[in-house]
Ligand binder design. Sequence first.
Ligand code: ATP
Ligand code: MG
Length: 423
Amino acid sequence: MRYSHLFAKTSKNAPADAETINARLLQQAGFVDQLMAGVYSYLPLGLRVLRNIEQIVREEMNTLGAEEVLMPTLHPKANWEKTGGWDSIDVLFKIESRTGNDYALGQSEEEIVTPLVLSRAQSYKQFPLAVYQIHWKYRDELRAKSGIMRGREFFMKDMYSFHTSQEDFDRFYKEAKQAYLKIFKRLGLVAKVTEASGGAFTTKVSYEFMVLTDAGEDDILYCDECDYCVNVEIAKTKEGDTCPCGKGPLKSARASEVGNVFDLGKKYGENFDLAYTDEAGERQYPIMGCYGIGVSRVMGVIVEKYNDEKGILWPKSVAPMTVHLVSLNSKDASKQTTIDDEAKKLYEELQKKGIEVFFDDRDGVSPGAKFADADLIGIPLRIVISEKSLDKGGAEWKERSSAEASIVSLDEVMGSVEKFIQS
Ligand code: ATP
Ligand code: MG
């Protein structure tokens, strides 16, 4: 990708209404564009990050044995009436058609997935099973001020599992929890797991996956000596209390919920009166679980965790590109030809090897402006080809997370990049 061709460039000024770091940096760096409060377009670089996050989630869901589907976001009212959600869910967007029919926009998909799966899986032999999708969700949120962390339209991975026994559900629930921890680790996030009551869904216990950040909207209590973690909203303990483990004092912190898993029990099978036939030939409602990850929220949380005064520092696993290649202008025409040739050669070689490279090939832009953009955009590795670097024997190598720059000979650059990717 050549910066000179990119339509969505960085902006010199921070957006006036950005209240959080992710809102400011993602807009200024040209990753997202705000259409209205809580609704964003993902621009070329931003979409690459979103896709990388999505892919990590997808890989771990597939490893768990879940099957990917894509369900509609436009839902008939009847499905939402069956579960009571039409009247009870305050964030549900409702639409009336010109022919007088009512629809809901999907804020979660139990109402769709339950009939979809249970009209096909009618024998105990087909269970357990799990399906998931990665798709838009719509919620009429009252406040949408945390950038992409709270959208009215946002990207979510939602998985639903179906089981014939509580034991089997418990087994899968634990496996899903482990898969979630693996996902957040791969994304560069440390997620604390709270145990919480399932709220509107059920009286059963659920887990919330929380990442500590001031831009979050939850308050949690946690212990440094063990895994104890609870949402303050429901906690019987308070800050400074001794943890139930008997060691640490409980600390409080602001956090963002990046995912959760719920035990739905038999509610949805019952609501739709859809059952399977067990070994004895009896009708049974399956035990269901639902498992969400806020894919677009995660992108915002990563920015909240990985930034400095100059911009974003993407973890390699989700970075929009691996290499930010910069060529600089020279006043000497023959030197300029060499710079352009060497930079173009490296650009093509990297691409041939399948290494994602962002090439700032803009003519007439100062080194300072190009470096400021590189820092703002936050690609993990910057390689500069300039008169100065060539005089010193090659290309300038600088990692975004380090203040040091060094010179790597042009012969060694490719090998060094490959090593950097592996490290
Ligand atoms: P919250 O308490 O933050 O509103 P929730 O309990 O309503 O979250 P779920 O309905 O379980 O969340 O959705 C699954 C995941 O989707 C959440 O864990 C969160 O990461 C993400 N999410 C929920 N609401 C939003 C939103 N408005 N914008 C972006 N992500 C969201
Ligand atoms: Mg909510």
